[in-house]
Design a protein around this ligand. Structure first.
Ligand SMILES: C[S@@+](CC[C@H](N)C(=O)[O-])C[C@H]1O[C@@H](n2cnc3c(N)ncnc32)[C@H](O)[C@@H]1O
Length: 253
């Protein structure tokens, strides 16, 4: 399916983006992505909060961290703020998003790799990692369980996976708020800035379809994480955005 054939501005079409098209659609949006998320109140603060919730010790000294689905590097920057001494690898399936990330200024301890989450071996990404951040990624995966199992296997025992995503509390109010924000702000703004709305309409729908917070907790347990917590972000998005911290084995009490 060619996403370039999207007829555009606010026009509903059955040619909706599928998980398999996601990287290509992010390629197309890469140039305007930072501007859009920068206009989203709290976006960077929330990423920093989720990275902080990983409780990485010693400012990250001696740690090797992975930011999977790093995009233009917003989540990588959050991870770097939480663990400035760590070695950090950002990985993404979209070459366009990675180009934006690489164009930014990073310490020599930060690097980027082009590979899909489904085949991290392709990018030479092997265990062990001392922490993995997955911000706004899991919802986009065709087979989240399989990728989450891979991420679990890449982690040292007891090390944290942080999943940061739009995962609704499930109340009617959370769905109504999400729909109002999407159709009142995100989709029109995305259309004005990028000239196309397919990614933003996909965002709206993918969140409604995605796991509610309790369901994502159950999914993380099902794929083998033994210690899982879910915490909302503060503020108006508290029923919409959550941090999930998942660990298995090690001293996770
Ligand atoms: C919404 S962006 C989030 C980027 C960044 N983590 C942030 O917080 O700003 C989602 C990113 O996940 C990437 N992505 C989606 N599916 C992927 C997959 N299967 N493997 C690797 N990256 C993927 C997209 O290319 C995109 O850059």
């Amino acid at each position: 399916m060619s996403l370039n054939a999207d007829p555009g501005w606010l026009r509903w079409t059955p040619r909706a983006v599928q998980p398999t098209d996601v990287a290509g659609e992010f390629d197309a949006a890469a140039g305007t992505y930072d501007g859009l998320v920068g206009a989203s109140p709290g976006y960077h603060e929330q990423l920093r909060l989720s990275a902080k919730r990983m409780q990485l010790p010693r400012g990250g000294a001696g740690l090797r961290l992975l930011d999977v689905g790093c995009g233009t590097g917003a989540s990588t920057a959050a991870l770097l703020a939480a663990a400035p001494e760590a070695t950090i690898i950002g990985v993404d399936a979209s070459a366009g998003m990675l180009e934006q990330a690489r164009a930014k200024s990073w310490p020599s301890t930060v690097s980027f790799v082009h590979a899909p989450a489904e085949d991290l071996d392709e990018g030479g990404l092997q265990e062990p990692f001392d922490g993995i951040f997955a911000a706004y990624l899991v919802r986009n995966l065709a087979d989240p369980d399989s990728v989450l199992r891979t991420l679990r296997d890449l982690l040292r025992p007891g090390a944290p996976l942080a999943v940061h995503d739009y995962s609704l509390s499930g109340s009617l109010a959370s769905k109504a708020l999400w729909t109002a924000v999407c159709w009142g702000v995100i989709i029109p703004l995305g259309g004005v800035r990028s000239g196309r709305t397919v990614l933003y309409r996909y965002l709206w729908r993918s969140v409604l379809r995605f796991d509610r917070a309790v369901v994502l907790v159950a999914r993380l347990r099902r794929v083998g994480f033994t210690h899982v917590t879910a915490d909302p972000v503060p503020g108006w998005e508290r029923t919409i955005v959550h941090t999930f911290i998942a660990r298995c084995g090690g001293d996770t009490a």
